[in-house]
Ligand binder design. Structure first.
Ligand code: O7E
Length: 213
């Protein structure tokens, strides 16, 4: 994934046809496609390979199991064409490290989650989760665009690792605030795929965060 537009498309649509339609419309304005369970369950795992021919694919399985199971999941995702995976940090450093080894470093670790409930459990331990991501050798962390001040605080813990940030648009966060706080990429789903004109929505977001198509 190369930083051009600074947008990661959260492709949470529930059919292969919708996935193809949205990706075809916005592919010039996104740097990567994040695939989560809704699309995998609807379209089957081969959608990873199909999408990886268009853009880098991040498999967002929020992996959070024992190290051996994590390794098996990541190996399957990478063998289907994923460029990176997302895991949770709360299973511990050995579990994150298993993902890092299996993905050759291409791992993003969730810290504080963007939704209101993210303040309940993940916020109090987010600094520790970021430290785990760093010591396990992950590529980056996931931090909330809904609380840009937390992006800035977590940046201090991880140094120059990457920050990818969801919560822009539908969840109330503003793209430019998140980038100004130190995020490298914004993750955007509904504000693009539910827009009347997804291409136009993606183009406007890319312009807002200063990315170039
Ligand atoms: O709100 P949307 O439609 O723009 O979608 C946001 C996407 O980011 C969606 O796929 C959701 O699963 C994901 N996400 C969050 O919204 N909040 C988080 O804290 C973490 C994630 C996430 O993707 O974690 C891995 C990047």
């Amino acid at each position: 994934m190369q930083k051009k537009t600074r947008i990661i498309l959260a492709l949470d649509v529930t059919s292969r046809a919708d996935a193809l339609r949205v990706v075809d419309a916005v592919k010039d304005y996104v740097d990567a496609i994040k695939i989560n369970w809704p699309l995998i369950l609807a379209a089957g795992p081969d959608i990873i390979q199909e999408m990886s021919k268009v853009k880098d694919v991040i498999c967002d399985f929020k992996i959070s199991d024992i190290p051996n199971t994590n390794r098996l999941i990541v190996e399957q995702a990478m063998s289907k064409g994923a460029s990176a995976v997302i895991c949770h940090g709360f299973a511990g450093e050995d579990s994150v490290k298993a993902c890092v080894d299996a993905a050759k470093g291409q791992v993003f670790v969730v810290t504080e989650m963007s939704h209101p409930g993210g303040k309940q459990f993940t916020a109090p331990v987010a600094d520790m989760l970021a430290a785990i991501a760093k010591s396990a050798g992950a590529r980056g962390i996931v931090a909330p665009a809904t609380r840009p001040e937390r992006i800035a605080a977590l940046r201090k813990i991880i140094g120059n690792m990457e920050i990818i940030t969801p919560g822009v648009g539908a969840q109330g966060g503003k793209a430019s605030d998140a980038i100004r706080a130190g995020a490298d990429y914004i993750i955007v789903g509904r504000a693009i795929y539910e827009a009347a004109d997804p291409r136009d929505a993606a183009q406007k977001l890319a312009a807002e965060v200063g990315g170039s198509a």
